[in-house]
Ligand binder design. Structure first.
Ligand SMILES: [Zn+2]
Length: 242
């Protein structure tokens, strides 16, 4: 899930002339996306592009879409536990729900992500984040892996699909390096500082000589916390902490 970094959620009652140019359940030609209902042309373009970028990065980690990814583009504000969000993935119905960019802009005067203004490039990152959740779920044999592991991979993917200059802006503003030995990768840290969490995950993952063994470890991880260990290889070895 991707938390909004802004408060004061307001709902607009303006009805836009929506051009539904696609039929329901149309797939992107470049990605295995299955839309759950009609999608405007501009939204379809963003969704297909963000998904394709995510799938390309995930493939480099050994993760592929085993079946079509169900996506619902939402025109209303989303929330979890009362907290506004831009998107979510629910493993129980296997649907990634993502607010359209126009819906986000109707909801917030100045939307932000990772402490940066939310522009088209960052919106593709949000799409990639939710697509990553769906693909990760398709690649684990567990009913559910830990949220920390899920979010690690989703945020790393979100960062990876950003243009280099945008990604560097996030990294510079976050002012942190990769996860280090004895660091605890947790949802709590993510909730307090999502831009630092994302930066740490991206730098850690892309700093690995071969990320695939670590990714496979995450896919079998169901403990709540991950502690970066590593008597022998601090970058790869990671141990569960119950
Ligand atoms: Zn997430």
């Amino acid at each position: 899930m991707r938390f909004m970094q802004a408060t004061g959620l307001t709902m607009s009652l303006i009805l836009l002339p929506i051009q539904m140019v696609t039929a329901a359940a149309i797939s992107c030609p470049e990605a295995k996306i299955l839309f759950q209902h009609e999608v405007r042309r501009e939204d379809r373009g963003a969704l297909c592009s963000g998904a394709a970028s995510a799938l390309k990065f995930l493939q480099s980690l050994g993760l592929t879409a085993k079946r079509p990814i169900k996506v619902a583009v939402e025109e209303h504000p989303l929330a979890t536990k009362g907290h506004p969000i831009y998107g979510s993935y629910d493993r129980t119905d296997d649907i990634a729900r993502i607010m359209s960019l126009s819906a986000i802009r109707r909801s917030l005067a100045r939307p932000t992500i990772y402490e940066q203004p939310l522009d088209e490039a960052h919106y593709l990152g949000i799409i990639a984040h939710e697509i990553a959740h769906a693909v990760v779920q398709q690649n684990t044999r567990l009913e559910e892996i830990s949220n920390a592991a899920q979010e690690y991979l989703a945020h790393a993917t979100q960062m990876a699909v950003l243009p280099t200059i945008k990604r560097q802006q996030v990294i510079d503003a976050a002012g942190v390096g990769a996860w280090e030995v004895n660091d605890v990768i947790s949802e709590v840290y993510m909730a307090f500082a999502p831009e630092r969490f994302a930066t740490k995950c991206y730098l850690h993952l892309t700093g690995l000589t071969d990320p695939k063994p670590f990714v496979q470890f995450l896919l079998t991880h169901k403990w709540r916390y991950l502690t970066v260990g590593g008597a022998e290889d601090s970058r790869v070895a990671i141990e569960p902490r119950s």
